[in-house]
Design a protein around this ligand. Structure first.
Ligand code: GLN
Length: 557
C-alpha cells in the first residue's frame, strides 16, 4: 500500500498546539490499526535546534539515531509508536544547506538555482522519502501561515496534491476561535482571515481544527463552514482540556478520525481506544499526591523541560499519584531558603543542563537529599553533580569538579574522555578541548548493562537497556575505585565497562543518577521504569513520614 499524506498547518497565531494535534491524529489512526509516521518541517534557518537556547525554543528532543530535534517529535513519540529520527525533522536551514551543497558541487549544470523548483523539490523529496514507511505520514509545518519563512514549505505541500492526487493527500488546518468576554461570544473572523491566507497560497483546507475555550455551537460551526468552504462535519472543535492526553478522545468524539479515513478513501476497523480511556480515568482520579522539587536553571520555563515534566507525570500515573512539581531556580534559591523549599518535597530531581550557572545551588540540593534520605534522581548533569557532591563531601576530595566548570581542577571526576569505544557507530571516538562544539556530543541511543543487585535493575527488570544521551563530559574512571570504596555503586555501565551510565548510593533509600536522559523514552501508556520507581520511592517516603507524624502526635496526646 502506498503512503498517504496528511499535512497540518496552523493559522492566526502560534502556540495553538499543532504538535499535540498532529500527535493526537497519529494516536487515533494507530488505534484504527494503521501504521503511521510523523514529520516536522520547521521554517527557521538553524540547521537543527541543537544550538538553540531552551528559553527561546524549548527543549531539544533527542532520537535514537542521535538527531537533535524539535520538541514536537517528543509529542509524536509519546502519543504513537512511531520511532523517529533524523529524517523526521527538517528545517529551512537544512533544506537550503543541502541545495547549496549541490549547487557548489555543480549538480545543477549551470542553471539558475531558485526557491521554486529547487528548494521546493528538496522539500518534496524530504517528505516523499517517508513513502512506504507507513500507511499514513503526518507532516506538520511549523510556524503560522503567512510567515515569510514558511512559504516554500506551503508551496511544496500545495504541489504534492497534484503530484499525488486528492485521495492521497489531506490538508488539516489548525485555527483559533477566540471568545470575547465583553461581547460574550466566539468570533470567527480570525479563522476566516487565516483560511483566506492559506487559499491565497493555493491550499483549500479539508478539515479545520478550531482551538477554542468553549464549545462551538452549531451556528458557529455553520458560519465557519460557509465562509471557509469546509463542510460542517469537518469543522472540529479543539477545546481546551485539563489534560493533554484527552485530545485524541475529544477528536474522536467529533468524528475526526472517521472524516480523515473517509477523505483518504480508506477502510479500517473502528478505533480501539480502551487504553486511552483507562488512562484518562486514572489521571482524573489519583489516589495520592506527591511533591517533587526540580532544581535547575531553566526552571521558569516549562517548555525547556517538556519531556522531563511529562515523564514525571507518567511516573505519577504508574503510582496512581498526582505529582506536583516545585520548580526551584538554583541561581536564586540557596541556603536556608533552599532547605525550606526542599523540606516540603517528597523527592528531589536535578535535571540536565549546560554551563556553570546555578551549579552551587544544585550541589546544595544534592547534599540535602543525600543527608536527609530524600529520594533523589539525577539526570545527565544531575549525575555528574551527584558524583562531584559525593567526591567532595564523602570521599575526601574537596576540590573535585567537572572540567566543564573548572578546567584546572586537581580532581577532575567528570571530564572529556580522550578515547572510548562508541557502540552507536562501532568506532573509537576521540575527544579533546579543541574539537568543535556541536560535533563532540555523545548523542542518541547507547546500550547499558545493569548490576543485578541495583535499584536500576529492580526498576527495569532486564539486564541490558538502551537509553538516549546528549552530553560531552563523562565520569573519569581513575576515580572509580576511590568512590566505590567511599560508598557509590556504579550500577550501570556500557557493555565493555568503559563508560559509567548509572550511579547509586546503596545506603540511601533511593539515590539514583544516570548519564542518559530517560525522559525521552517515557510514554503515558508506558511510563518509564526509573520515573515510576522514583515516584514510588517519593510516595513511600511521604506515607512513612505521615505515619510517623501521626504516631508521635498520638504519643503526645
Ligand atoms: N553539561 C554536561 C555535559 O555536556 C551535561 C549535559 C546534559 O545534562 N545534557 O556533559
Amino acid at each position: 500500500m502506498k503512503t498517504k499524506f496528511i499535512f497540518i498547518t496552523g493559522g492566526v497565531l502560534s502556540s495553538l498546539g499543532k504538535g499535540l494535534a498532529a500527535a493526537s491524529i497519529g494516536a487515533l489512526l494507530e488505534a484504527r490499526g494503521l501504521r503511521i509516521t510523523i514529520q516536522k518541517l520547521d521554517p527557521y534557518i538553524n540547521v537543527d535546534p541543537g544550538t538553540m537556547n531552551p528559553f527561546q525554543h524549548g527543549e531539544v528532543f533527542v532520537t535514537d539515531d542521535g538527531a537533535e530535534t524539535d520538541l514536537d517529535l517528543g509529542h509524536y513519540e509519546r502519543y504513537t509508536h512511531a520511532n523517529l529520527g533524523q529524517k523526521h525533522n527538517y528545517t529551512s536551514g537544512r533544506i537550503y544547506y543541502s541545495v547549496i551543497t549541490k549547487e557548489r558541487r555543480g549538480d545543477y549544470l549551470g542553471g539558475t538555482v531558485q526557491v521554486i523548483p529547487h528548494i521546493t523539490d528538496e522539500i518534496k523529496q524530504a517528505i516523499l522519502q517517508l513513502n512506504s514507511e507507513a500507511d499514513i505520514a503526518i507532516i506538520e509545518i511549523g510556524g503560522t501561515v503567512g510567515d515569510i519563512e514558511g512559504l516554500p514549505f506551503l508551496e511544496a505541500i500545495r504541489q504534492l496534491r497534484s503530484d499525488l492526487g486528492t485521495e492521497n493527500t489531506l490538508y488539516v488546518h489548525l485555527t483559533y476561535v477566540p471568545y470575547i468576554q465583553a461581547a460574550g461570544e466566539l468570533k470567527t473572523k480570525p479563522t476566516q482571515h487565516g483560511v483566506k491566507e492559506l487559499l491565497s497560497i493555493g491550499i483549500q483546507p479539508d478539515i479545520l481544527l478550531c482551538r477554542t475555550q468553549i464549545d462551538l455551537s452549531p451556528d458557529i460551526k455553520s458560519k465557519i463552514s460557509l465562509f471557509c468552504n469546509v463542510e460542517e462535519d469537518r469543522v472540529i472543535a479543539a477545546k481546551d482540556v485539563k489534560c493533554i492526553y484527552e485530545v485524541p478522545i475529544r477528536f474522536h468524539e467529533q468524528g475526526l478520525d472517521e472524516r480523515i479515513i473517509e477523505s483518504l478513501n480508506m477502510w479500517t476497523r473502528a478505533p480501539v481506544l480502551t487504553q486511552w480511556k483507562d488512562l484518562i480515568a486514572k489521571i482524573k482520579e489519583p489516589q495520592h499526591k506527591v511533591r517533587i522539587a526540580m532544581v535547575g536553571k531553566y526552571v521558569n520555563l516549562r517548555e525547556s523541560y517538556k519531556s522531563l515534566n511529562e515523564a514525571i507525570f507518567h511516573g505519577g500515573i504508574a503510582n496512581s499519584s498526582e505529582v506536583e512539581i516545585d520548580f526551584v531556580n538554583s541561581e536564586e534559591t540557596k541556603g536556608e531558603e533552599l532547605a525550606n523549599r526542599l523540606s516540603e518535597a517528597d523527592g528531589i530531581l536535578v535535571p540536565g543542563g549546560f554551563g556553570s550557572r546555578g551549579i552551587p545551588g544544585k550541589l546544595e540540593a544534592i547534599t540535602y537529599a543525600r543527608k536527609n534520605n530524600v529520594p533523589f534522581f539525577g539526570i545527565c548533569l544531575g549525575m555528574q553533580l551527584a558524583v562531584i557532591e559525593f567526591a567532595r563531601n564523602v570521599a575526601g576530595l574537596p576540590l573535585a569538579d567537572s572540567t566543564e566548570f573548572t578546567p584546572t581542577t586537581p580532581d577532575p571526576v567528570i571530564y572529556l574522555m580522550k578515547e572510548w569505544y562508541d557502540y552507536r557507530t562501532n568506532k573509537i571516538q576521540k575527544r579533546d578541548e579543541s574539537t568543535d562544539k556541536g560535533g563532540t556530543m555523545r548523542l542518541g541511543a547507547y546500550p547499558c548493562r545493569l548490576a543485578l543487585d541495583s535499584k536500576a535493575y529492580a526498576a527495569y527488570g532486564v539486564e541490558q537497556i538502551s537509553e538516549r544521551h546528549r552530553h560531552r563530559y563523562e565520569f573519569n574512571n581513575s576515580y572509580r575505585k576511590a568512590l566505590e570504596d567511599a560508598g557509590i555503586r556504579f550500577a550501570g555501565l556500557s557493555p565493555n565497562g568503559e563508560l559509567v551510565e548509572i550511579m547509586e548510593i546503596p545506603q540511601h533509600p533511593w539515590f539514583l543518577a544516570c548519564q542518559f536522559h530517560p525522559e525521552f523514552k517515557s510514554r503515558p501508556l508506558d511510563p518509564h521504569p526509573l520515573f515510576a520507581s522514583f515516584i514510588h520511592a517519593a510516595l513511600a517516603r511521604k506515607l512513612k513520614t505521615r505515619k510517623l507524624k501521626a504516631q508521635s502526635s498520638k504519643q503526645e496526646s
